[in-house]
Design a protein around this ligand. Structure first.
Ligand SMILES: Nc1ncnc2c1ncn2[C@@H]1O[C@H](COP(=O)(O)OP(=O)(O)OP(=O)(O)O)[C@@H](O)[C@H]1O
Ligand SMILES: [Mg+2]
Length: 434
């Protein structure tokens, strides 16, 4: 007959596996439990202690206690200072919200003159927005750095006159004052590599420091890791889905912060709003576009011949596919230049005339003379089923946009994990009619 076991007062003993038989230790514990639950608990505790790590000497224990106390004290101090900062910050926010913002929605502080020497002279700028209930909200806090750049940092229209590792201040050197609408950046929401500039008055803009200009960076380093373009091309897709086009993508309008390539100089981007189909003025760089693209995007271009130019407001939502490919073509060019060894590049780009010139039809950077170079790049950096798409974009982006209905986004075509398929793809090129 099977013995029944009374388990009412004694909890079950758990073995390592449900199938394992009670070992000597568990039998011993069970017996002990019968004598006294209390003694049993103590014994088990003692038993556990033997296996837990204890300091080898009493001084060690004292050290641990001391560290423990120091840690606790530090936490308390942190809490106190966090509370102080919070109180100060709340009062400060109240003051900022009470001050009337300027036409650009900005409240600016007096230059800092407090106790932190490294902050002296900084002017803080607060971008204020009214919400649905007319309540003021601080959208952004920036400051003007106090030092100038070591060497000139300028484009055709703006130039940096103050810079540090967090912010840059840009001044207009040529062209019109900043429009007030420039500070509406809703379309950039959720992107991380698009560095917007906020106009704090009619000719001053503050932007987050985006790193070294990619064109400067490449003077010293021969190429950068292609993976560092991944977030940027994803953000480009986000913008295109919102009908925003950056238009002037080029090495000089990209920065590199060691991890990511970022877009700068985005204030002249084109936003096509189906409800308000007027597009704004924009600049485009001739090296990064083609004659046919210009004919469709800027029909009156061929009257001028200058390096960059603008288009007056024009109703044109039909141009969306050309704007999209125009950005993708320019992005590809910049990425190819930045990720290639200089000698290869010379052969591909500089050996031929690249870019639009007034008296020359220029259809795209890839042609019969240099195609082998581009094929190598495509093989390494593009998913196999999109090789021909990318080749078509590089040969003639206008034609690609015209012929393809609903083409994929560039970010879905690029391959960022390195090429594991080199061997597999070789035949594709032999048979391809590109
Ligand atoms: N946020 C930033 N972070 C780092 N560098 C920047 C930033 N903004 C601008 N720069 C530097 O300043 C230069 C000029 O700025 P930006 O490109 O905005 O001026 P631009 O005159 O509008 O240019 P473009 O001639 O392309 O129209 C850039 O090429 C870059 O070197
Ligand atoms: Mg620029």
């Amino acid at each position: 007959m099977q013995k029944t076991v009374n388990t009412t007062n004694s909890p079950a003993i758990h073995h390592h596996t449900p199938t394992s038989k009670p070992n000597k230790l568990s039998r011993f514990l069970k017996a002990l439990r019968k004598v006294s639950n209390d003694i049993c608990t103590r014994f088990v505790d003692l038993f556990r202690c033997c296996f837990s790590k204890t300091p080898k000497n009493p001084q060690g224990q004292a050290k641990i206690d001391e560290n423990d106390r120091a840690e606790k004290l530090e936490k308390i101090l942190q809490k106190i200072s966090a509370r102080k900062i919070q109180q100060y910050y709340r009062a400060h926010v109240k003051r900022v919200k009470e001050a009337p913002p300027n036409d650009y929605g900005i409240v600016s502080s007096q230059p800092y003159d407090g106790t932190k020497p490294e902050h002296i002279g900084r002017t803080y700028h607060f971008q204020i927005k009214k919400d649905g209930q007319n309540q003021k909200k601080i959208l952004r806090v920036m400051y003007s750095p106090t030092k100038g750049p070591d060497s000139p940092m300028e484009g055709g229209f703006k130039s940096i006159d103050r810079i540090d590792k967090k912010f840059v201040r840009l001044k207009i050197v040529k062209g019109d004052s900043f429009r007030k609408e420039i500070n509406n950046n809703d379309d950039l929401e959720g992107t991380s590599t698009v560095i917007l500039g906020i106009a704090v008055d009619s000719d001053t803009m503050i932007a987050r420091f985006g790193g070294d200009s990619l064109s400067d960076y490449l003077q010293n380093i021969s190429s950068i890791n292609p993976a560092h373009f991944e977030n940027a091309v994803k953000d480009l897709q986000t913008l295109h889905k919102r009908n925003t086009y950056l238009i002037d993508i080029k090495l000089a309008n990209l920065t590199y912060d060691g991890k990511n390539v970022n877009f700068i100089d985005v204030d002249n981007r084109v936003r096509i709003d189906p409800k308000k189909p007027n597009i704004t003025k924009f600049n485009i760089t001739l090296y990064y576009t083609t004659t046919k693209l210009l004919r469709v995007l800027i029909p009156d271009f061929f009257g001028d011949g200058s390096g960059s130019f603008s288009l007056g407001p024009k109703t044109d939502a039909e141009k969306k596919s050309y704007f999209k490919v125009s950005d993708e073509y320019a992005f590809l060019l910049a990425m190819i230049i930045a990720t290639s060894k200089k000698d290869d590049l010379k052969r591909a780009f500089y050996g031929r005339n690249v870019g639009v010139k007034k008296n020359r039809e220029f259809h795209g950077v890839m042609n019969n003379d240099n195609q082998s170079y581009f094929r190598n790049w495509i093989q390494a950096h593009v998913k196999p089923k999109f090789h021909s798409n990318i080749a078509s974009i590089l040969r003639d982006p206008y034609e690609y946009a015209q012929k393809s209905s609903n083409p994929p986004y560039l970010s879905d075509m690029l391959l960022f994990k390195g090429s594991m398929l080199k061997g597999v793809c070789r035949n594709f090129w032999v048979n391809s009619s590109m």
